[in-house]
Every structure is written in C-alpha cells, then in structure tokens.
Design a protein around this ligand. Sequence first.
Ligand SMILES: [Fe+2]
Ligand SMILES: [Fe+2]
Length: 192
Amino acid sequence: MESDRLKNEVARRLPSGRYQHVLRVMETAMILADRFGENKEKAETAALLHDVAKAMPKEELKRITEAEGDPAAVLEFHHELWHGPAGAVIARDEFGIRDPDILAAVRFHTTGRAGMSRLEKIIYIADMIEPGRDFPGAGNLRAEAERSLDAALTACSAHNLQYLASVRAAIHPDTLRCYNDSLSLGKGALNR
Ligand SMILES: [Fe+2]
Ligand SMILES: [Fe+2]
C-alpha cells in the first residue's frame, strides 16, 4: 500500500491525537533509519502501523490475540500491551503486510523482546522519544539515540522497567528479556 493511502487508512482508525503521535513516530523512525542504516520505507510503514490497533475495544483485541493462540501470553498482562500483537495481525490481514520484520516491529513495539532486529529497535525507540514525549528523562533517551541504537535500546528498556516497577505493574517477560539482551550487546553501564 502506498504511503498516502496507508496514512488515510490509519487516520480513519485512530483519534486525531493518537494519529499525530503516529506521524511523529514515523518522522523519528525515518531519522533513526537514516542514521543507523535501515530501509526508510520499512521504517515508515512499521511506524505508521505500530499503533493501528490502539483505539480498538479490549474485547476485540482479546478476540484477535486469542485467535492467534496468544504465543507470548500477552493477555495475562495489562491490556495496554495487547495492541501490539493484535496490531501485527491487523497489519498482516487487513493491510496485506507480508514482511516479517515489519510485522515483528509492530508486534513487539510495547514489550520489546530479546534479539530485536534493527527495525524493531528503531520502532521501539522512536515510539518513546518522538518529540511529543515529555516525561522526565526523555531528553536522555534522545541523547542516547543520537549516538547508538543499542545504547538507546538499553536506556529505553531500563526506563520502562523502572517506570513499571514504580507503579507496581507486572513486567512482561519479553520486557525483561529485551533489557537483559540489550546489556549483552555490550552497551550496558557495567560493560563500558
Ligand atoms: Fe503502542
Ligand atoms: Fe505509539
């Protein structure tokens, strides 16, 4: 699907504030793709689709995820996590996306996972550092993303873990694995 049609179709499915976030993630992802040698078209498509399921009712997200067998047991965790896996199903079935890397980038953009591809890292990070994000520490994450994708991945997943623990939320195993794996990439503070 070409870019304008894709944008219109995504815009139709999201409240305007969420769609504006998606456009900022797209711009950020394309900058990161340029910086770190990823295909910009793939970054654009994955970013445009990453939150495609975000506005769907919980029951619908659950139905879609269950139909896939819920391989990551995401339904056992907070419903905030459900739109990633469900979004990948929608990208595949309703947008005809066949590229497994784009589908994984959509699926894992909230939890992360061990062994993320460059594209997956870009979408995960862009989602957190797009210019509309103003949580404390966002500037640090942006600074890491200026120099190294793996350092930014460590910083972003560490931020997520700290946040989840601070609000006493359960931590999905893929989130923990993403953090641990990012340290083994050699960019963790203790490995420097
Ligand atoms: Fe999301
Ligand atoms: Fe997002």
